[in-house]
Design a protein around this ligand. Sequence first.
Ligand SMILES: Nc1nc2c(c(=O)[nH]1)N[C@H]1C(S)=C(S)[C@@H](COP(=O)(O)O)O[C@H]1N2
Ligand SMILES: [Mo]
Length: 248
Amino acid sequence: MILTRRMALLGAGAMLTGCDRLASHGSVRKALFSAENFHRWAQRSLMARDALAQEFRPDQISPIFRANGTANPNTPAYKALWRNGFADWRLAVTGLVERPLSLSLAQLRTLPHREQITRHDCVEGWSAIGKWRGVPLRTILEGARLRDTARYIVFRCADDMGGGRPYYESIDLIDAFHPQTILAFALNDAPLTVANGAPMRLRVERQLGYKQAKYLMGIEAVATLDGIGKGKGGFWEDYAGYDWYAGI
Ligand SMILES: Nc1nc2c(c(=O)[nH]1)N[C@H]1C(S)=C(S)[C@@H](COP(=O)(O)O)O[C@H]1N2
Ligand SMILES: [Mo]
């Protein structure tokens, strides 16, 4: 199919009428209309970005949710947090927000939760279905009061991938405000294990495995991804050429 820019614009208009609630959020609207290139425009317009990822039944949960990538950050700082049951861990919410936050696990657990049974797809060719429980990212961003200039949310992780390069990831505001985008602290009704990202990880269910940042230390609202890592929006995007938008 040959796409014209005009068709893409029409598609985006149709999508907006279908998700007024999302689009009425000023920052989300601005993000929609500030796409940097036509390719992203077309992808945004033709896929309903607010559609939900498939959810599964409890009997479909995988017996084992294998770990991939870092299975333990093993840094002195992380080990100290782990030894103390993560009582001293804080999630820093910084960047383009009116009210920077520093949230303990106990505080995060008192916020409204969402549970979802979803399938995780890794580019390395395996999948697993798991039940996640966590706080909608939307709740945290609304609490921190995102500034209108914010375009992306960056996730800073505790693990060093070598040479002082920490794992990190980023998503746009459409995914940040998606109802299934949560900061998860439990997998299959148990606190997250170290292998699966304790004490908290991102679940952004419309995207591939490498976007699901584990070992969260901070989230940061930014206007641009330039100057973060090598500027491609994530560790694997920077060093292996993975797509920043890993939609499934
Ligand atoms: N901090 C951090 N997050 C990460 C990774 C990692 O190495 N470090 N690996 C990613 C990849 S490639 C996948 S497939 C999933 C694996 O999550 P799991 O270990 O819970 O299966 O985490 C993603 N998030
Ligand atoms: Mo992966």
